[in-house]
Ligand binder design. Structure first.
Ligand code: NCD
Length: 307
């Protein structure tokens, strides 16, 4: 039963519960009209303490397409947060007005603290460099639509694997599935955090390699997950400048990939994928952004207990 639950981390739900969400998302894609009044009278609150385009708009569009309403802020300085209000007080107040809340925060664990202070569903829309579970839902739905299932596949992750919360959540999720193998492509300084290596991949016996070049591996990768170097999490600008353009996927590199190597990216992109790649049918990142809205519709319906 997903009704009333919060989604903070990919380990919060079982495989079967995630299955319910994906099945509903596929159904919504087939017939969105059927769901256009499902959330009438319900309110979704978006609390964004950090910038966002896709995550906030896709949640808001999801609720509006379900017939519900939205409230929230995308600029914490315009709310009482700027007066020093605690997360717990803010979320308790929001619970008086809304039926479900989505929170993005620069501090790891902030959405978890919020969810523990209230009894309505709170969704983590990204907490610092830690986790971003609804991006994972978006990624998995996209992969299922491209290859039918996510098992027995080779996943390439490229870019900032240290600070990229989308990578951490996706690795955590995929590690529960059979036959997955990871190729982690990054400069040494931007490798996955210790807890991801030791407590997730090694513990679950997922085969992985950590490498600094993508070309030799492109032919065997099913999904190449590109990421931007997370400038806002760096301690100094020089390191960012030194590392930011280390990996650029362009048409020439795409010629090393197999015809079935799909390119995903949570977006926003900076320089890591040349725009010339966008017309390649294997480039699926804009479709991925669209799928994000459908899977968030499914998530909202499940957490509100409507489906
Ligand atoms: C990602 C994020 O916020 O972590 N964006 C998103 O939600 N689609 C990736 C990023 O900012 O690089």
């Amino acid at each position: 039963m997903l009704k009333g639950r919060s989604l903070i981390d990919p380990s919060d739900f079982t495989r079967e519960e995630f299955r319910e969400i994906f099945d509903l998302a596929h159904e919504i894609i087939k017939n969105p009209e059927k769901f256009s009044k499902s959330c009438e009278g319900k309110i979704l609150a978006t609390l964004f303490y950090e910038p966002s385009t896709r995550t906030r708009f896709s949640f808001e569009a999801a609720m509006l397409r379900l017939g519900g309403q939205i409230i929230g802020f995308s600029e914490p300085n315009s709310s009482s947060v700027s007066k020093g209000e605690s997360i717990s007080d803010t979320i308790k107040t929001i619970e008086c007005y809304a039926d479900i809340a989505v929170m993005r925060h620069p501090k790891e664990g902030a959405p978890k603290v919020a969810s523990q202070s209230v009894s309505f569903p709170v969704i983590n829309a990204g907490d610092g460099g830690h986790q971003h579970p609804t991006q994972t839902l978006t990624d998995i739905l996209t992969m299922e639509r491209l290859k039918g299932n996510i098992e027995n596949k080779v996943y390439g992750f490229c870019g900032d694997l240290k600070f990229g919360r989308t990578v951490h959540s996706l690795i955590k999720f995929l590690s529960n599935y059979e036959g997955v193998r990871f190729i982690l492509i990054s400069p040494e300084e931007l490798r996955v955090p210790e807890y991801v290596r030791e407590e997730i991949m090694k513990k679950k016996n997922v085969p992985f390699v950590e490498v600094e070049k993508m070309e030799p591996y492109l032919g065997e990768i099913d999904f190449l997950y590109m990421t931007r170097v997370q400038r806002e999490r760096f301690f100094n600008e020089e390191d960012y400048i030194r590392l930011k353009d280390r990996f650029i996927l362009d048409a020439e590199k795409m010629s090393f990939a197999s015809p079935e190597t799909y390119i995903l990216h949570p977006l926003p992109r900076v320089n890591e994928i040349s725009v010339e790649v966008d017309i390649d049918p294997r480039a699926q990142y804009f479709q991925q952004a669209k799928n994000g809205m459908f899977v968030r519709m499914a998530l909202i319906l499940k957490l509100l207990g409507i489906y």
